[in-house]
Design a protein around this ligand. Structure first.
Ligand SMILES: [Zn+2]
Length: 639
């Protein structure tokens, strides 16, 4: 059964529970059941490979992580007789531990601790032990890692303060006993895939490979990848073989060969990312954190992206800017819309919404890269937003209802337009030699983000979208209005993220504030209204909004094309950077009263293989656990 999001009312549970500042949300993969058996079987084996490496990431993130998780899971599964308040707190802490893959908040990198006392925790552990829990004899050793905020306070510390070493100040397990000074003159042979350890005064690379560090996990990953190969397309099978080779040798040349094979597989309906990929956890930005995703292409949504890309020249010819800035031979940026079936390690339970890989710059230049947008994750984010959050900042009940019904469709459409026909558009003056960043300096990214947003805002009411089959004619005006209203509201709601000062630093936030501020000052599109001490940005004229976006876009394109630094600076200084702290305080109070979550952990779909008497897979069933605890315990083999 498939459920097209835009036509049926989706009443399934998305938001499952709130844990502190986190939301727990179910992820659905609706297209899975319609896939051919071979693709389902492929996804099944790849998802086993994804689970097989999950504990690598836990161990990389913190040396005590796996021992701590064992203790928590043993207590949680043997609760009889533990005092109710202590048990409730241990459950709450354990859920946050699972969502963040350890005791560090994934947004702030800072440690969080249980709110019960160490004595109450130890007493709970003893009761659990009587109930049959298997706990380490030296449980007391772990106490400071659980409870002391001064022990290993930050997982990744890139600016620890004067005189402090970034590796020493970071609690992660990518290094042991190493300082930046030790690295001077050291020839690192396995930069991405090793733990660097200082032993007897010299540096040793513990390579992540078969026969090296994480041998047991990696063997298991490889076993499942081998099972997957017979069900993969030719190019995908070649990529999987290259990945296995890299897991066997750990050599950089094999990693490069794998990256190339992976990026060359552009047509397969199923794909996976499995390995040491992103380097954000390393304060040096070198070591890869392990992650895995398994996904299939969402053909309907990908077709939409391709249609936009194919029409890129049509849009270029109608850009509201001067003809001399119009490009010939524009090609839209193409990406796949995908639905993820499982995400582990660095990408789950907290998930990205878009991915562009590989990170190796040389491979990107010579072989290109692959971009994916995670459709079902985006949809789950949207569907899990409680109606009261939209209602709080919507001027009327109609506006709130429109947001409820259309914001998901509208934001997906404009995000695609931003990426596909926004960033790639426009021509710049010859004398800038293709490098407007050079002259626009720190204003460049906010300006470029504005340009891409404005392209989407300017064209979203265009009939061309109906002709391309991207929206239904009957819904078009509601979708446009919902998009404009959501865009205006967001300029207000985003102020919640800047709790200090009266300036916006982040480029995407500057861009949104600039566009809305400019429209409020230079068009009749948006009105500032107040009611019961609350501020609202109200879209009163859709046509004025589009016209205004067109005028501003023409100027933003001119600024980029001419490298007019002074004009860019004036635009953002006037409309994009400064805000009224009293307004921010009002927004923060409204948001805090509603307890809006600041991040989300996803419960993944569950796959189960049906086998015949000789063990051959005859079907793969998908189900949705709707329960974080059940899924995490199953992943750890405790259920
Ligand atoms: Zn962008």
């Amino acid at each position: 059964m498939s459920t097209p999001a835009s036509t049926h009312v989706d009443t399934r549970p998305y938001l499952l529970e709130r844990v502190g500042e986190a939301a727990v949300v179910q992820l659905y993969a609706d297209g899975f059941t319609a896939l051919p058996l071979g693709e389902k079987t492929l996804i099944y084996h790849l998802s086993r490979a994804a689970l097989a490496g999950r504990d690598i990431y836990y161990d990389q993130r913190y040396a005590h992580n796996l021992a701590m998780r064992d203790v928590l899971e043993e207590i949680v599964t043997h609760p009889d007789g533990i005092p109710q308040d202590t048990f409730a707190e241990i459950q709450r802490y354990t859920k946050l531990f699972w969502i963040n893959s350890g005791p560090y908040n994934n947004l702030t990198a800072r440690k969080f601790v249980p709110k019960c006392t160490p004595a109450a925790f130890a007493a709970a552990a003893r009761i659990a032990e009587k109930n049959g829990a298997r706990l380490p004899a030296d449980l007391a050793r772990l106490q400071p890692y659980f409870f002391d905020l001064d022990v290993d306070p930050i997982v990744t510390s890139k600016t620890p303060g004067p005189g402090r070493d970034i590796l020493q100040a970071s609690a992660n397990n990518l290094y042991a006993g190493v300082t930046m000074a030790d690295l001077e003159g050291f020839d690192e042979r396995y930069p991405l895939n090793s733990r660097l350890v200082k032993q007897d005064g010299r540096l040793v690379e513990e390579v992540y490979r078969i026969g090296g560090r994480y041998d047991t996990y990696i063997r298991e990953i490889v076993r499942h990848l081998e099972e997957a190969i017979p069900f993969a397309t030719g190019p995908m099978a070649a990529a999987l073989r290259a990945l296995i080779r890299f897991y066997q040798t750990g050599e950089t040349a094999d990693r490069v060969a794998y990256d190339i094979a992976w990026v060359q597989d552009r047509g397969s309906p199923v794909d996976t990312i499995n390995g040491f990929v992103e380097v954000y956890m390393d304060a040096r930005g070198v070591k890869g954190a392990w992650e895995a995703l398994v996904y299939y292409v969402n053909p309907e949504k990908t077709a939409g992206i391709r249609k936009l890309a194919a029409a890129a020249q049509w849009f270029e010819d109608r850009m509201p800017w001067a003809d001399k800035y119009k490009k010939q031979g524009v090609r839209g940026v193409s990406a796949n819309a995908i639905d993820v079936v499982i995400e582990t390690g660095d990408s789950g339970p907290v998930t990205p919404v878009g991915i562009n890989l590989p990170n190796d710059q040389a491979i990107r230049e010579h072989h290109g890269s692959k971009s994916v947008s995670l459709s079902n994750a985006n949809q789950a984010y949207d569907k899990s937003t409680l109606p009261e959050f939209r209602r709080e900042f919507a001027w009327s009940a109609e506006e709130a209802a429109r947001a409820e019904k259309w914001s998901s469709v509208a934001s997906e459409l404009t995000t695609d337009m931003h990426e596909v026909i926004g960033h790639g558009s426009g021509r710049i003056a010859e004398r800038l030699q293709g490098n407007p960043q050079g002259v626009l300096k720190e204003q460049y990214s906010a300006l470029e983000e504005s340009r891409a947003d404005l392209v989407a805002l300017y064209f979203v009411p265009d009939r061309k979208l109906v002709e391309l089959g991207l929206v239904d004619e009957a819904d078009h005006s509601d979708i446009v209005r919902a998009e404009y209203e959501g865009y205006a509201r967001n300029a207000l709601v985003q102020l919640r993220r800047i709790r200090e000062g009266s300036q916006i630093e982040e480029d995407h936030m500057r861009n949104r504030q600039m566009i809305v501020g400019w429209l409020m000052a230079n068009s009749r599109a948006i009105e500032l209204r107040r009611r019961d001490g609350k501020t609202y940005y109200v879209v009163v004229d859709v046509k004025a909004f589009q016209d205004g976006a067109g005028r501003l876009l023409a100027d933003v394109q001119r600024i980029k094309a001419e490298g007019d630094y002074e004009a860019a600076k004036a635009l953002f200084e006037t409309y994009g950077v400064h805000f009224d702290p009293a307004l921010r305080d009002e927004v923060v109070a409204r948001v805090d009263r509603l307890q809006m979550p600041s991040y989300t952990g996803f419960v993944q779909p569950r796959l189960e293989a049906v086998r015949d008497d000789v063990g051959v897979i005859t079907d793969v069933l998908i189900s949705y656990p709707l329960d974080l605890t059940a899924q995490m315990l199953e992943y750890s083999g405790r259920r």
